[in-house]
Design a binder for this molecule. Structure first.
Ligand SMILES: *Cc1c(COP(=O)(O)O)cnc(C)c1O
Length: 373
C-alpha cells in the first residue's frame, strides 16, 4: 500500500511500549523515579559498547549537560560542524562558550578532520562531532587531534543510534556522546535523550547536574548550579520497547537505502550518499545532493524537486542550514567560509526514511524523482 501522503517518518510503537506505559501509570511511577529509567540506561549503555548512560529530557539537554559536566566555561571555544541541527550549536551558546564552525567532509558530511587543526586556538576546549544523517564521522584522525590538543571529544550521535565506525558503535568513540529520542529519530521516547560515557566519574557528575545538583550532606542545600533534565519513567518504558527493535529498524532503513540507490542510480546531477568501507550507515535520513543546472542559483533544482514531490504527496526536507550562515550566528562567524557546508546546505535533500516506510513506497518515491528530474 502506498500512503496518500508519505511523511518523513512516523514512530513505530509496539506491544512492549504499550505494556510499559500502562505499567508506569498503574504503578503511579510517572516521574523520573521508577524502575524503567535505570533499566533503559543500563540497556542503552550496553548497546553503546558498555558505557555509563545517563538519560535526559532531550538530545539538546544531553548536549548541554555534556558541556557543563566537561567544565566548558564562558568564552571557551568549541568546534562544531558547518552542517548540523541547531541544537548542537545552541548547547555551546547556553554555556556562554563560543561555537566555531568547521567545514564538513564532502564524503561523510561530518566534520572534516583535515580542517580541524587550523581552527584550534589557545581557547579551544572541545570538539562536537555529528554523525550526520546516520553516517559516522572518520573518528581516528579526530581522536588523535583531540588527544594531541587536550580537547574534550563529544559525539552528537542524535541521528546515528546503532551506526558503526570500524566495527565500534557510535557513542563509544569519544569522551562523551549524546543521543536524542525525539519522535523522528532512529528510536523514540517522544522527547528524550541520553548521555553516554566510558568514565564513571563523568557519569556521576552528569547525574548530579541533571537533577538540581542535590547534595548528600543536607537535603535542599545547594553548592552548585544544577538543572532539571530528567527523563520520566513513562518515556524510559517506551525507550526499552524501542531499543528491542533497534536492530530491526536499522535493517529496514538499510534495505530501503539499498532500494533507493538501485532506483535512483544514474540520474544525471544526482549524488548518492556515501557509505565508507569502514562505516555502517544507519540512514536516519536517506539523502541526495541535487546538483544545480548551469547558470541557476544555488539550490534551485533541489527546491524545485521538493516542491514537485510535495504536489505528489511526498514529503522531503532540505539539509540543515549552514551553521556560519544562520541568522543567529552569522555575525559572530562573519569571516568564516565553508564551501562544502554551503554546497550541502544548498543541494542536500532528505527523502522519507522512517521505520514504517515500505519498499513499494521507496520505489514510488524514486519513480517520482526520476520523472521530475
Ligand atoms: C535531533 C538532534 C538534536 C536534538 O535532539 P532533541 O532531542 O530534539 O533535543 C541534536 N543534534 C542533532 C544532530 C539532532 O539531529
Amino acid at each position: 500500500m502506498i500512503r496518500k501522503f508519505i511523511p518523513m517518518a512516523v514512530p513505530v510503537l509496539g506491544d512492549t511500549e504499550k505494556k510499559n506505559v500502562l505499567e508506569a501509570i498503574e504503578s503511579n511511577w510517572i516521574s523520573a523515579q521508577g524502575p524503567f529509567v535505570k533499566q533503559f540506561e543500563e540497556e542503552f549503555g550496553k548497546a553503546c559498547g558498555t558505557r555509563q548512560a545517563v538519560s535526559t529530557s532531550s538530545g539538546t539537554t544531553a548536549l548541554h549537560l555534556a558541556l557543563v559536566a566537561a567544565g566548558i566555561k564562558p568564552k571557551d571555544e568549541v568546534l562544531v560542524p558547518g552542517i548540523t541541527h541547531i541544537a548542537t550549536v545552541n548547547a555551546v551558546t547556553y554555556q556562554g562558550a563560543i561555537p566555531r564552525a568547521i567545514d564538513c567532509n564532502a564524503q561523510t558530511w561530518g566534520i572534516d578532520p583535515a580542517r580541524i587543526e587550523k581552527c584550534i586556538t589557545p581557547f579551544t576546549r572541545a570538539i562536537i562531532v555529528v554523525h550526520l544523517y546516520g553516517h559516522p564521522c572518520d573518528m581516528d584522525p579526530i581522536c588523535e587531534i583531540a588527544h594531541k590538543h587536550n580537547l574534550v571529544l563529544i559525539e552528537d550521535a542524535a541521528e546515528a543510534h546503532g551506526a558503526l565506525y570500524r566495527g565500534k558503535p557510535v557513542g563509544s568513540l569519544g569522551d562523551v556522546a549524546c543521543f536524542s529520542f525525539f519522535a523522528n529519530k532512529m528510536i523514540t521516547t517522544g522527547e528524550g535523550g541520553m548521555l553516554v560515557t566510558g568514565d564513571p566519574v563523568f557519569a556521576r557528575r552528569a547525574q548530579k547536574l541533571r537533577d538540581q545538583a542535590y547534595e548528600t550532606e543536607r537535603r535542599f542545600k545547594h553548592f552548585e548550579l544544577g538543572y532539571n533534565y530528567l527523563m520520566t519513567n513513562i518515556q524510559a518504558g517506551i525507550g526499552l520497547g524501542q531499543l528491542e527493535r533497534l536492530d530491526a529498524f536499522i535493517q529496514i532503513r538499510r534495505r530501503n537505502a539499498l532500494a533507493y540507490r538501485e532506483c535512483l542510480q544514474d540520474i544525471p546531477g544526482v549524488v548518492m550518499p556515501v557509505e565508507e568501507p569502514w562505516a555502517r550507515n544507519v540512514y536516519w535520513m536517506f539523502s541526495l545532493l541535487v546538483e544545480d543546472s548551469a547558470g541557476s542559483a544555488a539550490g534551485t533544482r533541489r527546491d524545485e524537486l521538493m516542491a514537485q514531490l510535495k504536489q505528489r504527496g511526498i514529503d522531503s526536507r532540505p539539509f540543515f542550514y549552514p551553521t556560519h550562515l544562520q541568522p543567529l550566528y552569522k555575525k559572530q562567524m562573519r569571516d568564516v567560509h565553508l564551501p562544502v557546508s554551503e554546497k550541502l546546505g544548498a543541494q542536500g535533500i532528505n527523502l522519507p526514511s522512517g521505520n514504517e516506510l515500505t519498499l513499494e513506497e521507496v520505489e514510488y518515491i524514486s519513480e517520482a524523482i526520476r520523472d521530475i528530474l
